[in-house]
Each structure stands twice: as structure tokens, then as C-alpha cells.
Design a protein around this ligand. Structure first.
Ligand SMILES: [Mn+2]
Length: 357
């Protein structure tokens, strides 16, 4: 279970629990944003990495930076361990993405990790291979392990796309329509159209700037969300039919490999599904179990206000993420995974409730 490690913080001399650390927001200075731009500027070749099961923010950030790199005369590559989800095909440069399970790179390239809380979310073998390489780590996950040579980790930003916008503004780089569309896509993906708790006034200001540059929000909404496959909808139907609630506003559902085969849906069709469980009145914590092709179980966790933050539960299970949107992967059969997560959630809730009292 979650162990309470207390550590003196440098500034205040007060103690902070390991749990409190997971939800504390940290911002980066303008100086650091400029240093990121200078680091990019100084390299002639960039290799961009997107994390496993790449999402809208990882893709939006990578395609925006790809375009910015070309405009600055850089040679740019983009890679990651998983196939590209077709729903994002409308963005610029998506055809440049290549799947790389094992990492091969040229030491002259600047390695840029986007939206990846740790190097394990990237390409296998990177840790050894990349020794001596310069790793630029740009991310907004509060639990980022700061694995880079230069780390720009800002958990006050809604998305990696929002951080990139700040980098580009700080450096005075042009934000073209293609860059704007990519950044906007990253922001709407990670904020659930500006409603998740990571949405700030600045997020809206960034979005306003992107709309002023010609982004058409209706077109993006139509392309991104109103473009589900019938197979994907049938899969959601299966999951929602199985939904169950228990305890202190907890809800869960699950999908097996057989469900994917029967409906013809693909794994990226589960994106946003866990959030639907939160639509039920009284539900404050939602869990989705998805059996992956390798039989491991992907566990997605979402929490609202007034309940143990999802990231506490994720960390107790060896995973991570954002305070209210986190996940983990369990090498267990589905029924055992469900049992383990239920027990962990209940005891994390009890610990959180007694600390909050
Ligand atoms: Mn993100």
C-alpha cells in the first residue's frame, strides 16, 4: 500500500507526504522556456518521441514541433513504440511517424520526449542506447521522473501542447495555422474540451490565440469526436452494459480481447470511455479495465473532487499520471486485476479519507 514518506521541503522546512507531492502543481520559469527554445535552435537534427498508446496531446505536440522544426531548417524524425491512431490523420506531418520498437539513433540528433512522464513510456532500449545523447524532456505530468538532460516539466499546463505554445511565444517563433491546429488538438484532447480540472484561464487564452490564427473548432470537433466507427460505438455499448457501481461512488467496467474481436473495434476506440462512467450521478471514481493483445490489463482511473485522487491509486499499483486522470498496466488475468484494483482503491480511499478528516 501507499507508504507515507515525509521529506522536509527546502523552502518552508515543513514536511510533505509522498501523496501530497503527487498532486502539487509546479510551474516553469520563462527563462527555462527560452532555454528549451535555444536547445532546439542549437541542434540541426531532432528526433521526436511519442509515448506508448499515443494520445491527442502527444500527437498534437509532436506534429506542432515537427512543423516548427522544418520551418527552422531542421531535419526532423518522429517515432514511438505504437501504431498511429487513424483519427488524428487530419494533422500535418502524421505520415512522417514511424513505429520503432527498438531504438536506433544517431548521436548528433537531439532527442525530444513529449508528454512522457518517464522513459519507459517511450521506446525500449532507449536508456542504454541514448547514453551520451542530449534528452530534452517536455511534459506536464506532475509525477515526471525528470529523466532528461534538460527537463521542462510544468504541471500547471493543461497539456504538453500548452507548454509548446509558451516555448514558441517566448522564442518568437511563428505559429502557423498547421502548428495552431496541432496545438489546439492537444489541448482539447487533454482538457476534454476545456472541462477537466487541468483547464486554466491561461488554457483559454492559448486557445483564443490559436482560434485567432484560423483554427476552426467545429472542424476539429467533427473530425476528432464525431468520427467514431460503428465498431467503436458497439464496444462502448458492451462496456456500458457491464458497468457496476459500489462503495463510495466508485464505478467500473471492463473489456476483454474477445469483445474487440466480436465488435471489430480497435484499442484506440476506448479513448474517453472511462470518462463516460463519471456521467452517472453520484459516481466520483471510475475505473476501466482493458485486456490488451499481450493479455496484460490496461487500467484507466479517473476521479472527481471529494474523493481520493486517481494518481494515488495509480502509484500504489506501479503506474502514474495526472492527479485526476491516471493509469497503470497489470500483468494479471482480468479477474485478478479487477480484484487487486478494487482492494487498492478501497484502502487508498480509506487512507485519504482519514488524512482529510
Ligand atoms: Mn498530455
Amino acid at each position: 500500500m501507499e507508504t507515507k514518506i515525509t521529506k522536509k521541503t527546502k523552502k518552508t522546512g515543513t514536511t510533505e507526504t509522498a501523496q501530497a507531492k503527487l498532486v502539487r502543481k509546479r510551474s516553469v520559469s520563462r527563462k527555462l522556456l527560452l532555454e528549451v527554445a535555444q536547445t532546439l535552435e542549437a541542434a540541426s537534427s531532432w528526433i521526436l518521441f511519442s509515448h506508448m498508446k499515443m494520445d491527442g496531446d502527444a500527437i498534437g505536440a509532436a506534429t506542432a514541433l515537427f512543423e516548427a522544426g522544418l520551418l527552422r531548417g531542421k531535419s526532423v524524425r518522429w517515432t514511438g513504440p505504437d501504431p498511429f491512431p487513424p483519427v488524428y490523420s487530419f494533422l500535418a506531418h502524421v505520415e512522417e511517424y514511424t513505429v520503432q520498437k527498438e531504438f536506433r539513433f544517431d548521436r548528433k540528433e537531439l532527442c525530444v520526449f513529449l508528454d512522457s512522464a518517464n522513459e519507459d513510456r517511450g521506446v525500449k532500449g532507449l536508456r542504454g542506447e541514448a547514453q551520451g545523447a542530449f534528452i530534452l524532456n517536455i511534459d506536464h505530468h506532475g509525477d515526471n521522473s525528470r529523466f532528461g538532460t534538460l527537463n521542462c516539466v510544468d504541471s500547471t499546463s493543461s497539456s504538453t501542447a500548452e507548454i509548446l505554445w509558451r516555448v514558441m511565444k517566448e522564442a518568437g517563433w511563428p505559429i502557423t495555422l498547421r502548428i495552431a491546429e496541432s496545438l489546439y488538438t492537444g489541448i482539447v484532447a487533454d482538457t476534454g474540451n476545456f472541462v477537466f480540472s487541468n483547464t486554466s484561464g491561461r488554457t483559454h487564452l492559448v486557445a483564443a490565440d490559436l482560434l485567432d490564427r484560423g483554427v476552426d473548432p467545429t472542424r476539429i470537433e467533427t473530425t476528432l469526436r464525431q468520427s467514431r466507427s460503428i465498431q467503436g460505438m458497439l464496444l462502448w455499448g458492451v462496456a456500458l452494459t457491464r458497468m457496476s457501481c459500489w462503495g463510495e461512488g466508485f464505478a467500473m467496467t471492463w473489456l476483454s480481447q474477445e469483445d474487440f474481436q466480436r465488435t471489430g473495434a480497435i484499442e484506440s476506440d476506448t479513448e474517453m470511455l472511462v470518462n463516460q462512467l463519471l456521467l452517472v450521478r453520484g459516481v466520483r471514481f471510475a475505473v476501466l479495465f482493458v485486456e490488451e493483445e499481450g493479455r496484460a490489463i490496461k487500467v484507466s482511473l479517473r476521479s472527481k473532487e471529494g474523493v481520493v485522487p486517481a494518481v494515488f491509486v495509480a502509484h500504489s499499483l506501479g503506474g502514474g499520471g495526472h492527479p485526476r486522470a491516471s493509469g497503470t498496466r497489470l500483468e494479471l488475468p482480468l479477474d485478478k486485476a479487477i480484484e487487486t484494483v478494487r482492494e487498492t482503491l478501497e484502502s487508498a480511499y480509506a487512507e485519504w479519507a482519514s488524512a482529510a478528516r
